[in-house]
Design a protein around this ligand. Structure first.
Ligand code: HEM
Length: 326
């Protein structure tokens, strides 16, 4: 009886310690793919694409946000299916799925069924940030892929969300107001938005018959040219309006919104809301502190509700789950 109790105790202890080991860490794949360097394989794929198309940076950053904020960083956003997350309206304009699949094929060739799609998103997003002059933060790995992907789980905010609603949304997921300003600002320091998502600010803002008074008049005039009313074409506009930094992950976004040159309503509102304006000013004035804190916020975002250890699975391709053998 006594030895039985000892065995049970040891088993409980083992299961507890194996859980402790199942955490994310930098360099998780070192030694797990023969002599191959998994992160270099992914970086090469990102670098090749970036050389042809630097807008891939924005695509990867947004993809990680949309993956992590919906049922955790588990690559559920990549799964195909009639009702999968991909089909939810906020995800219809996501880009970069082909790059992730290309990186997956490259790591599968080096060592099959070792590297998760969720880790590929995180590593590729970090590489993209670094390639576009952002911080080379120490990305953590060790995630496994989720098995559930449902459009009905996608509850991402729209561009008209207020600052206080957005603070609530981020707080619910464990992020402070400062981290919210970092993530939205760092994310929107690159990339584009469709006219349809901010057109309300250009013509008849909140039924006033006038443009949004918080938008710089010259910018509003220019954007009306780019986004005509009742146009069949939904044009794209840079989220960071300084041409030289529209593709650079930097603090230029904060300077722009302070100058009333934000594109999305939420971006502009952060510059003047009492809870966020001082944070915006501090990042506008200090590019270095923005970079280090943005890196830390990305690491935190990448750790949201991750599956590690024996949880989840490692897919063979990122768009589909392995078929069950019958
Ligand atoms: C309250 C939170 C947020 C809202 C309401 C929001 C909303 C939006 C909207 C409406 C667009 C334009 C989409 C389109 O026109 O197709 C956009 C683009 C983008 N967002 Fe956000 N976003 C938020 C937070 C974030 C965060 C946290 C990140 C990343 C850390 C991020 C990264 C991006 C990027 C990179 C783009 C450009 C994508 C591209 O060029 O393809 N966003 N966002």
């Amino acid at each position: 009886m006594k030895s039985f109790r000892v065995v049970v105790f040891v088993l409980i202890l083992l299961s507890l310690t194996s859980d402790c080991h199942a955490a994310l860490k930098a360099g998780f794949y070192v030694g797990k793919c023969g002599k191959q360097n998994v992160e270099s394989i992914i970086r090469n794929v990102v670098r090749q694409r970036f050389a042809r198309d630097p807008t891939i940076v924005a695509a990867l950053l947004r993809m990680q946000f949309h993956d992590c904020f919906v049922s955790g960083c588990d690559a559920s956003v990549l799964l195909n299916g009639a009702r999968s997350e991909k089909t939810a309206p906020p995800n219809l304009s996501l880009r970069g799925f082909d790059l992730i699949e290309r990186a997956k094929a490259a790591v599968e060739k080096a060592c099959p069924r070792v590297v998760s799609c969720a880790d590929i998103i995180a590593v590729a997003a970090r590489d993209a940030v670094f390639l576009s002059k952002g911080m080379n933060y120490r990305v953590q790995t060790g995630r496994r892929d989720g098995v559930v992907s449902l459009a009905s789980n996608v509850n991402l905010p729209g561009p008209g969300i207020s600052v206080s609603q957005s603070m609530g949304f981020f707080a619910n997921k464990g992020f402070s107001t400062r981290e919210m300003v970092l993530l939205i600002g760092g994310g929107h320091s690159v990339g584009v938005a469709h006219c349809s998502l901010f057109q309300n600010r250009l013509y008849n803002f909140r039924n006033t018959g006038r443009p949004d008074p918080s938008m710089d008049v010259n910018l509003a005039n220019r954007l009306r040219g780019r986004c005509p009313q009742r146009s069949a074409i939904d044009n794209l506009v840079n989220l960071d309006q300084t041409p030289s930094s529209a593709l650079v992950v930097d603090n230029g976004f904060y300077k722009q919104i302070k100058a009333r040159r934000g594109i999305l309503e939420i971006d502009q509102a952060m510059a003047f809301h009492s809870s966020t304006s001082a944070i915006v000013t501090s990042f506008a004035n200090n590019g270095k502190s923005f970079q280090t804190q943005f890196g830390a916020a990305m690491i935190k975002m990448g750790a949201m509700q991750v599956l590690t250890g024996k949880k989840g699975e490692i897919r063979k391709t990122c768009g589909a789950r392995p078929r069950r053998s019958s």
